[in-house]
Ligand binder design. Structure first.
Ligand code: MLT
Length: 327
């Protein structure tokens, strides 16, 4: 007789707990939400996160707080988010590095496909090839000749292994058949400061940070990394059209949550991302900075998951062939 009573009591407790969980999900969000950015404040990923976060704050009724967690090309932040409480108050924005790090790091502390929940993609961003203002090459033809002749003296800033600046630099080195000296920073915001200060020679970086500097003429600018010219810089040639055949790096962004975050919360977050991407303040800022809002088919949890898998499959062989690894 004793056991049925204990079982009934346990069932009642479980019922109360699950009712509390359902209530918490229905009421979400009841406090500020962290959106973790894996690179320095003021840089390209941070700009996208803050632009979306400001709009999502309006639609969610709770502040989306940007937390910059730096280190190891975005992998420090990814490991922390993978282990975070899946209570719906921690989200993560990352780019191609979520895929490329699986090939770049021998001992990655997380699995991007199994340790996260997928919210949505957001925007695609072109990259631009820049050099310090007094770099001795006035156009891309001269740039190639100078870099090939002086490779051992030239350095290339990036945001660490796993950063798209590193990926773009790697592809540039392969295309030109050179090896330059990498200078890693914890984001391309500090890398850009070093370029503006003349402490580094070359930086491949996203339009979300570079357009104002290109327009002000504080840097040398040699072309964009997309196959076609972009609306935000209509006169700028692509590297592809200037002879680097099929050279293409486009930066895509995904929003993730720790594995186990309840589906109703992921769905509400997805709706908030979609609302933000229709907000005129967001669409104008993104357009001004060269970022393109992705089609609806990519604004889904499944769309991001499938895309991430395809990117892991795409970049793995490229990176392994280039032999760029870290522990
Ligand atoms: C950043 O936000 O600093 C960049 O996205 C880093 C990079 O991947 O190059």
């Amino acid at each position: 007789m004793k056991y049925p009573r204990i079982l009934a009591a346990l069932a009642a407790v479980a019922g109360l707990a699950s009712a509390a969980a359902v209530h918490a999900q229905a009421a979400w969000p009841t406090k500020p939400i962290a959106l973790v950015v894996p690179f320095a404040a003021g840089g390209p990923t941070d700009v996208v996160a803050r632009t979306l976060g400001a709009s999502m704050t309006k639609s969610l009724g709770q502040t989306v707080v940007i937390e910059n967690k730096l280190g190891a090309g975005g992998t420090v932040a990814a490991s922390q988010v993978a282990k975070a409480n899946p209570d719906g108050y921690t989200f993560f924005i990352h780019h191609n590095g979520m895929a490329t790090s699986t090939a770049l790091y021998r001992k990655l502390q997380y699995n991007p496909l199994t340790d996260f929940e997928f919210v949505s993609q957001a925007v695609d961003v072109p990259m631009t090839l820049l050099a310090r203002k007094d770099f001795p090459a006035k156009d891309f033809k001269e740039f190639q000749a100078y870099v090939k002749a002086n490779a051992s003296k030239i350095n290339l800033a990036n945001a660490g292994l796993g950063a798209v600046s590193q990926l773009c630099g790697l592809m540039l080195e392969r295309a030109l058949g050179v090896k330059l000296t990498a200078v890693p920073f914890q984001g391309t915001a500090p890398a850009m400061n070093a370029l503006l200060g003349g402490q580094v020679d070359i930086l491949c970086d996203q339009t979300t940070q570079t357009i104002p500097h290109i327009k002000s003429g504080n840097v040398k600018f040699y072309g964009v990394t997309t196959k076609n010219r972009i609306k935000a810089l209509p006169d700028a040639p692509t590297l592809h059209e200037q002879g680097l055949k099929d050279f293409e790096v486009v930066v895509w962004h995904g929003i993730y949550a720790p594995k186990g975050t309840p589906r109703p919360i992921l769905d509400k977050m997805n709706a908030a991302v979609r609302t933000a991407l229709k907000d005129p303040d967001v669409t104008k800022r993104m357009a001004d900075l060269g970022a393109e809002i992705v089609p609806d088919s990519k604004l889904t949890s499944e769309g991001l998951q499938t895309w991430l898998k395809s990117e892991i499959d795409k970049w793995g062989p490229v990176i392994r062939a280039a032999g760029a690894f870290a522990d």
